[in-house]
Write a protein that binds this ligand. Structure first.
Ligand code: TXA
Ligand code: MG
Length: 328
């Protein structure tokens, strides 16, 4: 399995997708979770690598498969608000956010209620838990069938772009999974928004639900400054393809791949269009897939057109800055 991944890394081109034939049924996936094994799980945002949140040995396999630092906690996924209230303590604002955005791409960080349901390792020892109810039908069916919380970080190896297609998920962590659910391409393509509702409502990670959509429900957000330690995963450089990334580029240099947006369009085989019409939703759905596709053209770098900061643009620019190594 390492052989297949390494040859992809060396050549920059994945010729062979290991184990891709192993598409599982919902029953097989639920059985794998119950046996303490890992499952490739489609969600509306990105593919996840799922395990039983209450089983520390299964959770340890997730950290190992991703090469993820143990101080970076995982999100617990549940089927509905009732299940979420069994693991976390909701106040009025947290409940209002859950009712507004679940099922869907919002993750709430809340005080933990039941430590047995989401083990210490999954929470990186924190007294809080990140919880979300995904909107993808297959993910919800698996959660209903399994009946317990499931941790599911993005299915990439740590530091790499999140997978938004079944094939990319298999490429990244497929060999570590005992079952894999194919849910097609992820319709949103960028991760959930992470909001802490522990001590005021704070934005810990911009994502698919925009800042203004959240503020429309709970009023203006408290500053996240000084709360970096509350969101441990935000400290790492992230989402990076193999080639260097340059952002806010209006025209690529010779030898570079280009991810265009709106009026900034490239030409030739190394050019990709996040959205020709300047549609941020379309760009979010394309971003991680196109970073991988651009990488496969062996460019000297991947240049990315300027993306406006409003709405979903906040999350897109956050991912691009981290891919370019400007954060961390
Ligand atoms: O869209 C998503 O959220 C995807 C899909 C698969 O659900 N999952 C995902 O998980 O992006 P992951 O592990 O790649 O990112 C989880 C983020 C990390 O930045 C982590 O540090 C933060 O959530 N997080 C988890 N638990 C936390 C906690 N108790 N306090 C603060 N931040 C937490
Ligand atoms: Mg991730």
């Amino acid at each position: 399995m390492d052989g297949a991944r390494e040859s992809g890394r060396d050549g920059g081109l994945i010729l062979e997708v290991p184990h891709v034939a192993r598409v599982s049924t919902l029953d097989e996936a639920a059985d794998a979770l119950a046996a303490g094994e890992l499952v490739i799980l489609p969600t509306e945002t990105v593919y996840g690598l799922a395990a039983d949140a209450g089983n520390p040995i299964a959770v340890a396999k997730v950290f190992e498969a991703k090469g993820r630092p143990r101080f970076n906690p995982l999100i617990a996924h549940v089927a509905d608000l009732e299940a979420a209230e069994r693991i976390a303590v909701f106040d009025e604002r947290a409940r209002a956010l859950a009712e507004a955005f679940w099922p869907g791409p919002l993750t709430l960080v809340l005080p933990i209620r039941d430590e047995a349901l989401v083990c210490d390792l999954a929470r990186a020892g924190l007294p809080t838990v990140a919880v979300r109810v995904p909107g993808h039908a297959k993910a919800r069916k698996l959660l209903e069938r399994f009946g317990k919380p499931v941790v599911a970080p993005s299915a990439n190896r740590s530091g790499r772009p999140s997978p938004t297609t079944f094939e990319h998920a298999i490429e990244e962590t497929g060999p570590s999974a005992a079952a894999a659910l194919d849910g097609g391409d992820c319709p949103i393509g960028i991760e959930s928004t992470v909001v802490s509702a522990v001590d005021g409502v704070r934005l810990l990670r911009p994502g698919a639900v925009t800042r203004s959509e959240i503020e429309a429900v709970v009023g203006s957000l408290a500053s996240a400054n000084g709360h970096g330690a509350g969101s441990p995963g935000r400290l790492a450089t992230h989402y990076a393809p193999r080639s260097p990334v340059r952002i806010d580029v209006e025209a690529p240099r010779e030898g570079e791949a280009f991810l265009g947006f709106g009026p900034y369009a490239g030409a030739g085989p190394r050019s990709f269009s996040l959205s020709a019409t300047g549609d941020l939703r379309e760009a979010a759905a394309n971003l991680f897939r196109m970073l991988r596709e651009a990488d496969r053209t062996h460019p000297s770098a991947i240049a990315v057109a300027p993306i406006p900061h409003e709405g979903l643009g906040e999350a897109l620019n956050d991912r691009l800055k981290r891919a370019a190594g400007f954060v961390g």
